[in-house]
Design a protein around this ligand. Structure first.
Ligand code: PRP
Ligand code: URA
Length: 242
């Protein structure tokens, strides 16, 4: 396919589009709900996601890009956090500062690939706690299989930010949201890097109270349930497995 130095002519663009469309099964359009935010309008996010898609990016570079994009998405996803005033002494005078107040936070990486985003988000909100949810997709059914759960005890007091780079069928995020609700979470947000229409549709239908912040919305899924054009298997690319 196209190399970075090859000129992107209209013919080439049409050829790429045709090839992508030929890979998609069960293509569906999705109505983007009020609580779903697709952040591809942001040049930095789109630039870095395009870099991540490149199969020649090694796992170290890929990990850095995941962290950078996670930080940028985090800025948007946390824009509604409650704030309060407090007194700050600057070297010049006393002033009124603003700080995050209200609910405590819990960041919830879905293992494994969500771990790639967790470090970046934890750096931005260092006092947040971390809940780990371990699941992998069954290759046949594409539904998640649980293998690990560990979370703070006071989940009903915390706003949860579920982290997973890929929202494909939405099965993993759906299961993670349901589990968060079952253990008492009242405020849940999903942060992902690439979303497929199927995943967005499933979360919007099953959890209309949950907001989604996605770096971009891709075209669909291929017959193996991978996002097209996507970036392949995020966990494998992060951890150098496969
Ligand atoms: C990937 C990805 C998501 C899930 C998305 O995980 O990180 O968790 O697939 O697909 P879905 O929306 O169809 O559920 P995977 O099962 O490959 O596990 P891994 O992170 O350990 O590689
Ligand atoms: N999981 C991934 O890591 N990538 C996809 O494209 C779909 C599911």
């Amino acid at each position: 396919m196209k190399s970075p130095n090859e000129e992107l002519t209209e013919e080439k663009r049409a050829e790429i589009e045709k090839h992508e469309n030929s890979l998609i099964v069960g293509y569906q359009k999705v109505q983007i709900a009020h609580g779903t935010h697709i952040l591809s309008w942001h040049p930095l996010i789109t630039h870095k996601i395009s870099m991540m898609r490149d199969l020649n990016v090694n796992c170290t570079e890929f990990g850095c890009l995941v962290e950078e994009v996670a930080t940028l998405i985090c800025c948007e996803a946390m824009q509604k956090l409650e704030m309060e005033d407090y007194i700050v002494e600057t070297p010049i005078c006393t002033t009124v500062g603003r700080r995050i107040a209200g609910k405590k936070l819990v960041i919830v990486p879905i293992l494994r690939a969500g771990l790639g985003m967790a470090g970046a988000v934890k750096r931005v909100v260092p006092k947040s706690r971390v809940a780990h949810l371990g699941m992998y997709r069954n290759e046949e059914t594409k539904e998640p299989v649980w293998y690990f759960k560990k979370h703070p005890s006071d989940m009903e007091e915390r706003a949860a930010f579920i982290l997973d780079p890929m929202l494909a069928t939405g099965g993993s995020a759906d299961a993670a949201i349901q589990y968060m609700k079952d253990i008492g979470c009242k405020s849940i947000t999903v942060m992902c890097i690439i979303a497929a229409p199927q995943g967005v549709d499933r979360i919007q239908k099953n959890h209309p109270d949950v907001e989604i912040y996605a770096g971009c919305l891709d075209k669909g899924l291929n017959e193996d349930g991978y996002i097209v054009p996507g970036l392949g298997d995020a966990g494998d690319r992060l951890f150098g497995t496969k």
